[in-house]
Design a protein around this ligand. Sequence first.
Ligand code: SF4
Length: 351
Amino acid sequence: MKHFSPKIITWYNQNKRDLPWRNTKDAYLIWLSEIILQQTRVDQGMAYYLKFAEHFPKVKDLAKADNDKVMKLWQGLGYYSRARNLHTTAKTIHTIYKGKFPDSYEDILSLKGVGDYTAAAIASFAFNKPHAVVDGNVYRVLSRVFGIETPIDSSLGKKEFYKLANELIDKKNPGLHNQALMEFGALQCKPANPDCSVCPLNNMCYAFAKKLVADLPIKEKKTKVRNRYFNYMVFRNKGSIAIHKRIAKDIWINLHDFPLIETTKELSEEQLLKSPEWKNMLGKTKYSIKSISTSYKHILSHQKIYARFIEIDCKKSLKTFLPKDLLIIKESEIQNFAVPRLVDLYLEKNK
Ligand code: SF4
């Protein structure tokens, strides 16, 4: 056990990627990178980190920004609650903490959008406090090296891994230890087919010795996935288009999309046109359907969205018959609004 941290740190010093948030001790920038990298790969998150750091170099810049601007910059990264929490937390740090990022683990943990993992990452990377980070990479490495078969998504497993991670931490260099362990999981002890022959831990690794690398770590639950069918109505009249700001408690809050009929199964065109929702929306308005797109599939952690876009040319001005909560804008103006990735793909394809 005592060789674990030195070996990981030596490996890290020889193999680490040069990532911009690793060259700073600024807790604000570290927090920014950690929020962006939650559920996002490093190569995808990098451009967003650079963009946010450039637009908002200090926490006060982010705190004072317009929410629509924050959402627009976040567009395409997904899990939009992160962007909303990021903005709320920047305001909290600006007002309650007078612009100075809190340095105690408990205060960091109390910030919106910051869980155990992120709090430990910020506390150790920025302030060198001995709190172990336990992310997916860490679970994998520890379960393989120490042969832990307790499911990583059980409350017992969480406690067990958390306890071990804190026992293993290098108290003098907790930030370095945490970074090294996470990077080791990301680059060396990968989920599938790691190259164990070159691994510096192979002489102490339980999974390697017992040929259990592919079986560890163990997960208890399979995530239930819900299918949703989005029938987007793209109304047009004389260069105008109708869009909708999503404010309900659902995915994509504060992003914009089109008026929508959602169903739990796929409807034929005939079924859709006869549905009460369709009739409700169009009433007696004269229209013609210009096109119906093929299905766009978008996978989220608990949902699969199948969307199609129905382009509808209307004879009357859109304001006269569509619900008042819709925004009627010039078609070219849609570029100024933050939209979900799915809608962005459709717009790109139909430029
Ligand atoms: S020997 Fe293989 S399974 Fe074990 S820590 Fe190294 S890469 Fe991971």
